[in-house]
Design a protein around this ligand. Structure first.
Ligand code: SAH
Length: 284
């Protein structure tokens, strides 16, 4: 794990007035020494972080961040904070989970405020539960600060409501990537019948197989589907297709993508606010 010095956004000292006002107005919990906070940074756009998350970045002594965290958020760290890359990416040499957990414990036991910053929500396909479990076992005090998960925030940035009374009353979040790197052994019959909308994480590689399994489970090949790549980022791209075309559409887009299957995808036609208001993501 490499410690990296990040260009701090406020080299002459961070002006904390705004933070202090927010902390007081919202009565935010204090980030105590010796604690670990597991914080979700949201899916891309750094503006999607919570007030607690922002405060934690400004106050942390150490920030262990993963590959999906926007660098501009790290620029808000205080002068002298230790910024440690603890990322994992499929196909790239990555930090061992046990190393990350032991570092969290060591730093907290030395009396630091330790921030574990993850993309999206730490408890949604993010191993936050495993890290928190190790902390609990070691009796290191910790707090979970949820973030906006890609399967909700990514859809919002694509103009696809996760639920809508006209299209779906249920939604299922599914990972396409098992611990062994293969498609998890799921009950596709049950998944296909279980809810009208299905949202897949880490599923690009197996998009074709997933679509075939759903079609065998009775879903229609012409059902609407979408691939949302680099959601809520400057280079977001969305392809609307059908379940039958999902494999091909996913292969054509970058790896960081969410797959959606269901009638709610059609609503994008009307609700693609980002596409209709060019530049809305990060105005110049
Ligand atoms: N904890 C994260 C998920 C981590 S798993 C969360 O709650 O969002 C990593 C997977 O999340 C990626 O393979 C991809 O499927 C999805 N993902 C995360 N950020 C994304 C983004 N900005 N755009 C598209 N997919 C994203």
């Amino acid at each position: 794990m490499a410690t990296r010095l990040w260009p701090i956004a406020f080299p002459n000292g961070y002006n904390e007035t705004m933070d202090r006002n927010i902390i007081t107005a919202l009565n935010l919990a204090p980030f105590e020494k010796g604690w670990v906070w597991l914080v979700g940074a949201g899916p891309g756009d750094p503006g999607l972080i919570t007030a607690l998350g922002l405060m934690a970045i400004a106050q942390a002594d150490f920030i262990l961040y993963d590959a999906l965290v926007d660098e501009r958020l790290l620029g808000l760290a205080r002068k002298g904070a230790g910024l440690i890359f603890a990322g994992k990416r499929a196909g790239v040499t990555s930090c061992r989970q046990s190393d990350i957990s032991s570092l969290l414990i060591d730093l907290a036991r030395k009396g630091s405020r330790v921030l574990r910053l993850k993309g999206g929500d730490p408890f949604v396909f993010g191993r936050g539960g495993e890290e928190a479990g190790v902390l609990a076992k070691a009796r290191v005090p910790f707090r979970i600060v949820p973030g906006i998960t890609a399967g909700i925030g990514g859809l919002a940035y694509a103009g696809i409501p996760v639920t809508h009374r006209d299209t779906n009353h249920a939604v299922t979040f599914i990972t396409g990537h098992g611990a062994d790197g293969k498609l998890p052994k799921l009950n596709w019959q049950a998944i296909g019948k279980g809810s009208e909308t299905l949202v897949f994480y880490m599923a690009r590689k197996f998009a074709g197989e997933i679509a075939a399994a759903l079609i065998s489970a009775g879903r229609k090949p012409d059902e609407p589907a979408a691939v949302i790549a680099n959601a809520a980022r400057q280079d977001q791209s969305v392809t609307v297709t059908t379940l039958g075309g999902l494999g091909e559409a996913a292969a054509a887009l970058p790896a960081l993508s969410i797959l959606v299957v269901g009638e709610n995808v059609r609503l994008r036609e009307q609700l693609d606010w980002l596409g209709k208001m060019a530049g809305a993501l990060n105005p110049a």
